[in-house]
Design a protein around this ligand. Structure first.
Ligand SMILES: Cc1cc2nc3c(=O)[nH]c(=O)nc-3n(C[C@H](O)[C@H](O)[C@H](O)COP(=O)(O)O)c2cc1C
Length: 308
């Protein structure tokens, strides 16, 4: 039996369940310069976090390597939503994959305004980043408070008819509380999880390594913790039919399948792209092979089937 790799999340059909995650694939144009990269090999590409006005980001250094992962504190550097909608999207929209906007703001109104700009664009969905740990205003401040998270999602919901993805922070006491609040406010899909807060210190100089002092930890180092968060999110999302995009340290088909077993309908790869830009094709081929050996006809048959 030849399985299909297609998945449908809240009415949005993707050629396969693998996405490239926000901040790890630029604004997609960068990938046109990567030899051998095939846009048709990925279900979707989440664009870099975008704010209303252009943002320079944090002072360098902005990244640091850690055992089995990395810390980043980019600070949402981006050219502003108008530039992305008017200049970048027309240049990439012909590529054979789907694009998802990733939006951020320092006020509820800014989130809504950015969503309104993307509403009139060819993106397949809008992902609300209420979980960026690297900006002083907005970001995780919204994602760690259920009332604030609900306000952002409600405002964005009124600003667009596109499918809405809310990207959850793992830096909270109980992720289920935030997940539930965002579903009740109009989220169609949940993305779990963003980076874990961390820091790195240079022991000779006695200084922090990152210009921003603290950053977000990603890569294989966070995989077990991220799996648990997806498992918890599923508890509130599955009964309401809300699909989850699982992420956090995925670097192989096996990792991807593990996230599906605990509840993800689709998965994302981020940090692994920095050392292996063509990894998406390998992961998708591995998922396909796994479906064949398990005798399953589509990825949805794996979702939430963990035997406990
Ligand atoms: C350099 C870098 C930049 C990122 N920028 C964003 C961003 O702009 N918006 C966002 O929602 N997540 C951002 N993230 C988080 C990733 O999209 C992803 O959720 C996280 O890194 C976990 O997946 P991974 O372990 O596969 O990287 C960024 C991550 C990295 C490493």
């Amino acid at each position: 039996m030849e399985p299909t790799l297609q998945v449908t999340l809240a009415g949005m059909t993707l050629a396969n369940p693998l996405m490239l995650l926000s901040g790890c694939a630029g604004f997609a144009e960068e990938l046109t310069r990567v030899e051998g990269f095939d846009f048709a090999s990925v279900g979707a590409i989440c664009l870099k976090g975008t704010t209303l006005n252009p943002k320079e980001g944090n002072p360098p250094p902005r990244v640091a390597e850690t055992p089995a992962g990395m810390l980043n504190a980019i600070g949402l550097q981006n050219p502003g939503a108008r530039h992305v909608v008017e200049t970048i999207l027309p240049r990439i929209q012909h590529l054979p994959t789907r694009f998802i906007a990733n939006i951020a703001g320092s006020t509820v109104d800014e989130y809504a305004e950015v969503a309104r700009l993307f509403d009139n664009s060819p993106v397949a969905a809008i992902e609300i980043n209420i979980s960026c740990p690297n900006v002083k205003e907005g970001g995780v401040a919204f994602g760690s408070d259920a009332i604030m998270a609900a306000r952002v999602v409600t405002a964005v919901r009124q600003a667009t008819t596109k499918p809405l993805i809310t990207k959850l922070s793992p830096n909270v006491t109980d992720i289920r509380v935030i997940a539930r609040a965002t579903i009740e406010s109009g989220t169609d899909i949940l993305s779990a999880v963003n980076t874990y807060m961390g820091m790195a210190v240079e022991w000779h100089s006695g200084r922090p390594i990152l210009g921003n002092v603290q950053g977000g930890l990603s890569g294989p180092a966070i995989k077990p913790a991220a799996l648990l968060q997806v498992w918890r999110v599923r508890e509130v999302a599955a009964p309401l039919g809300i699909p989850i995009i699982g992420q956090g340290g995925i670097a192989s088909a096996r990792d991807a399948v593990e996230f599906m077993l605990v509840g993800a309908s689709a998965v994302g790869v981020g940090t692994a792209l920095f050392h292996k830009p063509l990894i998406a094709g390998e992961i998708v081929a591995g998922i396909r092979e796994h479906l064949v050996t398990q005798g399953l006809d589509c990825p949805a048959r794996l979702t939430g089937t963990l035997k406990t």
